[in-house]
Design a protein around this ligand. Structure first.
Ligand SMILES: [Zn+2]
Ligand SMILES: [Zn+2]
Length: 279
């Protein structure tokens, strides 16, 4: 398994190099502090994930396998088709979970830490609050049981997910033509850049993780013709203090002045008007 972790790490190194050679937005000379912050956050998140993987998730996947519980245990399909189904079904759950993080006030308070990065690049894919990871793993357990996912299927899903999210957060200057070709299936940088926009109506769109078709299917897909002038991050947490590791960790505990505005109802209303920025 330790060798498997090397695959996304090597992929991140390649994407990081591509960002230097072929940047979407040029002019970022020193990425040391930003990268250091996001790698530190990644270590915390990675430890939380490993604890879950080797404890509860390991036990739960074994239990469903032995009891023949859950959806995929009820059908007799070839192993390849089962793996593909597991990846697609779990990715649909990730889409729902991501949307929940934007629509449920309490979850948004935690998830907004991911959105506070004002200079998005491949390392932003590592910037998830440990609390968000704990919560998502608890919800994942229920889905894993319902779908009867095996540990190796989850590992393959996470391997693919990690590579796709490194790339779609990246500052690689892929042309709109190629971006469009690949995003027929996968979430690509121009799609996820819109999701990290400071504009609320854009933030509340493009929730996909691996596959882009969930957003088209559930009408949350949003396109922007020019992604060069997107302002990333949140209005509320732009200062250096919030960008560092400690500030990042404190974000879920900050009550926004416009917390009420972050309720589901107001979010949707604001998204319709397409005008207000309230974070
Ligand atoms: Zn989000
Ligand atoms: Zn993101």
């Amino acid at each position: 398994m330790s060798k498997l972790i090397l695959i996304p790490f090597l992929f991140l190194c390649i994407v990081y190099w591509l960002e230097i050679k072929f940047p979407h937005l040029p002019g970022r000379d020193d990425r040391t502090v930003h990268t250091g912050n996001n790698l530190t956050i990644a270590v915390m998140g990675g430890l939380v994930n490993l604890v879950f993987l080797f404890t509860i998730i390991g036990v739960v996947t074994h239990w469903t396998e032995v009891r023949r519980f859950g959806l995929l245990n009820q059908v007799n399909i070839p192993i390849g088709l089962r793996l593909f189904s597991a990846i697609v079904l779990f990715d649909m759950w990730m889409y729902v979970w991501h949307m929940m993080n934007h629509r449920i006030t309490l979850l948004w308070r935690i998830h907004r830490a991911h959105h506070n990065d004002i200079t998005m690049d491949s390392t932003t894919a590592l910037r998830f609050h440990p609390l968000e990871i704990v919560l998502s793993q608890f919800f994942n357990i229920g889905i894993i049981v319902l779908l009867s996912l095996r540990l190796n299927e989850l590992l393959v899903y996470n391997l693919v997910l990690q590579m796709v999210i490194f790339f779609h957060h990246s500052n690689v200057g892929l042309t709109e033509g190629w971006d469009r070709v690949f995003r027929a299936i996968l979430v690509m940088p121009n799609m996820h850049r819109v999701h990290h926009s400071i504009e609320v109506f854009e933030t509340n769109s493009n929730y996909g993780s691996i596959f882009s078709f969930w957003d088209r299917l559930f009408s949350t897909f949003r396109k922007r013709n020019n992604t060069n002038n997107i302002i990333y991050g949140l209005n509320r947490f732009r200062e250096n203090g919030w960008q560092g590791v400690l500030g990042f960790l404190k974000i879920p505990f900050q009550k926004s002045i416009s917390e009420k505005m972050e309720s589901k109802k107001n979010r949707e209303k604001t998204a319709v008007t397409n005008k207000e920025v309230y974070l």
